[in-house]
Ligand binder design. Sequence first.
Ligand code: NAI
Length: 318
Amino acid sequence: MSDLRFDGQVVVVTGAGSGLGKAYALFFASRGASVVVNDLGGSLAGSGASAKAADAVVNEIVVAGGKAVANYNSVEDGAAIVDTAISAFGRIDIIINNAGILRDISFKNMKDADWDAVHAVHLKGAYKTTQAAWPHFRKQKYGRVIVTSSAAGLYGNFGQCNYSSAKAGLIGFGETLAKEGAKYNIFTNIIAPVAASRMTATVMPAEVLQYLAPEWVVPVVAVLVHPSNKTENGSIFEIGAGHAAKLRWERAGGALVKCDETMTPGAVLAKWADVNDFTKAAHPTTTADMVTYLRQSNALPPNPPGEDVRFDGRVAVV
Ligand code: NAI
């Protein structure tokens, strides 16, 4: 790890004015990268704007002898952020989609404005920023993308239906980019971090926060976006307190009821234990896996000779 460097690479870190984003920016600059420090500089709820947060991080990098420029656009205007990278450094290699806001409120009391603002920053922001970089990545046949999800997106969390749905959306977004980018050597991975920041300051006890330095998330992200990563693409990692663990989807063995008039609710209930039985679990990674599985379990007829069900490289209407 000590010798993983990023010399000559250009990294865009969104929301790099504080918390995790600041830790990424300082790290990449200290390892030789040129960094675009993007931050809108607003409140935790997403109101207001200021150049201060991004400027302070750029200043810290430059004083330490590193290379960085500030960008103050919202991630919703991702093209402007990528433009900053191209005009300052002439290229872009890595995007860390990290910017985020919170507007926690129970589902019962959720307002459209709270829903829309959170989705705009997290989901649309990652889409707009990464899409602006995509032609550069394709042309140079190289790109590394991090998408920031959350435990709330994986498991749901009380009072966060706006945030958790945006964060879950980012998982599908990242998994799809991984598939579309693979042949151009564009790798996308998804992280669910835990770190002490203004986001967690009021919801986690100080006793726990002291073990959650953002700097202890950074090395895992560095491994994922380094050119030496030739295997991890479309993976999900939970990272925090110096711990890192990969997650995957798991499908229970399931039950073949019948695809005729005997497929009734009662017949389903009779096999409910099998529907929920994880002792013969599978770990699907593509949409085609379900079709393959249905053929193997005789719910669908076998493939016609010489034909395989494949979705890669095609637009499938489901
Ligand atoms: P933070 O609040 O310290 O940092 C977020 C940064 O994003 C702020 O500097 C903010 O000004 C910036 N930002 C907000 N809206 C923006 C916009 N429209 N355009 C550009 N910049 C914008 O929070 P933290 O904890 O560092 O969060 C970083 C990411 O990690 C977020 O996506 C968050 O949802 C995610 N996350 C954090 C967890 C934690 O335990 N801290 C847990 C799970 C996910």
